[in-house]
Design a protein around this ligand. Structure first.
Ligand code: SF4
Length: 487
């Protein structure tokens, strides 16, 4: 696509921030390539788009890969009055890809935008309003605008049923509303693009929504260590402080009201000390009953359900790590489960868990609401485990508790109590040495080796990495509990 054209994605970028738009067009090399998670979501969106095409069985795919070829083919096929997929519309300096253009009445068309999200968002309305504007500029008559998005109530039973998988919502009224003034907006963004100088834009909430800006590191790089954006709590207070010219947590004047957590943060930054509430930590540790079971799940949640009985995005656990410490003199014993093959991993995972978790002793998880949610969903699918689950849920203890309640806080945690921040803060050990370092990376890696076409060697390597990663989560919890005991 010629770089000076305003496409719908560039229009959305321009609405978010003119500086972002200018850099995307004039200095695209300054924007880093898609990371693995964004690429995964992109591929998932593509897969969802393919299912949406099945809603129109007589539709024609405009497959031309090259930009002008796609536009030429679109022009040719418009005359056939059939549903068209991946339509390319060019009008002067604006260009839009339309997912589905569906002929209606004698000479009108409906625009159907396909999204892998589970609801209609403002950004979708703006996206479609640009498509409609572009189509109308190119001489097409547009009747309705619709959004096809994922129906989370759909349950797979056999082949994917696109009629059930998607909700097709008419968004014409919302599109009409946001289209007011679109011509001026498009002109002003085209001006931004053609300017030789990048516009000056100060940082703000627009850097975070509708998408986290890929230029945040550059634009936000002037902020000091322990900046006010590391304060716990909502963004409103952070930006209010920023607008008052306060950049560092240590410089927040005493007359500005702070929450208990924020006061602890400020104190830790100023004094360079760690905040420790020994009595509350002791009370937490007293809850733990041997044998201790340190448990962590890895899960995936694909938009298109893989197995019968699953809904879109439903969590599927495929791996767990379990460290068992029998008593205060015992060394931890590690158990690990990682599903192998394309069968539904849940029955075997449940079977292994039941075998290993015993009938007494605390089950320690970090942010246990997640593990509890996974277990409840598992038992919903496999009700024969219901009695067992009741006995399990009452034994679960959340190791997040002392950290989310600031009974322990170190400034390096910044505004989070996540395990990835707490583990290095309290033990000095982290995830840097291992290949897979985050839950989303684990799920992408697992999906790739399980359902993708990869070599045996790669499968073996990724499996080792997955086991190391999940093991570190539960091992890390043991280290944290040991540290808390020594405080
Ligand atoms: S980080 Fe913020 S100010 Fe910088 S380009 Fe992105 S949206 Fe604009």
């Amino acid at each position: 696509m010629p770089s000076q054209l305003l496409s719908k994605s560039k229009y959305i970028s321009g609405l978010q921030c003119p500086k972002l738009l200018w850099i995307q067009i004039n200095e695209p090399e300054s924007i880093s390539e898609l990371d693995a998670v964004t690429q995964y979501l992109f591929n998932q969106g593509h897969q969802v788009g393919e299912y949406a095409k099945q809603l129109f069985p007589d539709g024609i795919n405009i497959t031309q890969d090259d930009f002008m070829g796609n536009i030429r083919k679109t022009k040719e096929l418009l005359a056939e009055r059939k549903p068209l997929f991946e339509v390319g519309i060019l009008s002067g300096t604006i260009y839009s890809r339309v997912d589905i253009l569906n002929p209606v009445n004698e000479d009108e068309w409906d625009i159907i935008e396909v999204k892998s999200s589970t609801s209609v968002k403002d950004v979708h309305i703006n996206d479609v309003s640009f498509q409609r504007y572009c189509c109308e500029k190119a001489g097409l008559k547009i009747r309705d605008c619709k959004l096809a998005y994922i129906n989370t109530q759909y349950v797979k039973n056999g082949e994917i049923d696109p009629e059930e998988l998607f909700i097709l919502e008419d968004i014409s009224t919302q599109v009409e509303e946001v289209s007011e003034g679109i011509e001026e907006r498009v002109f002003s963004l085209l001006e931004v693009v053609s300017n030789k100088i990048c516009p000056e834009v100060t940082i703000g909430k627009h850097c975070l929504a509708p998408y986290e800006c890929p230029l945040r590191t550059e634009c936000w790089g002037f902020l000091p260590e322990n900046s006010i954006f590391d304060l716990r709590g909502g963004k409103t207070k952070q930006f209010s402080l920023y607008e008052q010219g306060i950049l560092s947590i240590k410089d927040i004047p005493n007359n500005i009201p702070l929450s208990r957590q924020q006061r602890i943060q400020k104190e830790c930054v100023i004094t360079g000390t760690t905040h420790v509430e020994k009595e509350e930590i002791r009370q937490f540790l007293d809850i733990l009953k041997y044998p201790l079971y340190y448990l962590d799940f890895e899960t995936m949640g694909p938009a298109i359900p893989i197995y019968d009985g699953l809904r879109p995005y439903q969590t599927i656990p495929f791996q767990f790590s379990l460290h068992i410490v029998e008593d205060d003199k015992s060394e931890p014993i590690h158990h690990s489960f990682l599903a192998d093959g394309i069968e539904d991993p849940r029955p075997q995972l449940l079977h292994e868990l039941q075998r290993l978790l015993g009938s007494e002793g605390s089950i320690i998880a970090y942010n246990s609401g997640f593990e509890e949610g996974v277990l409840k969903e598992l038992v919903e699918a496999f009700p024969e485990y219901s009695d067992w689950l009741e006995g399990i849920l009452v034994r679960i203890v959340d190791l997040l508790f002392p950290f989310s309640n600031f009974h322990y806080y170190h400034a390096s945690q910044k505004d989070t109590a996540s395990l990835k921040k707490v583990l290095p803060a309290i033990t000095g050990k982290g995830y840097e040495e291992i290949e897979i370092g985050a839950g989303m990376d684990a799920s992408i890696a697992y999906e790739r080796i399980t359902y993708g076409s990869v070599t045996e060697e790669e499968i073996a390597k990724v499996r080792v990495d997955l086991i190391k990663y999940c093991k570190l989560d539960t091992e890390g919890m043991i280290w944290i509990v040991d540290k808390l005991r020594n405080l």
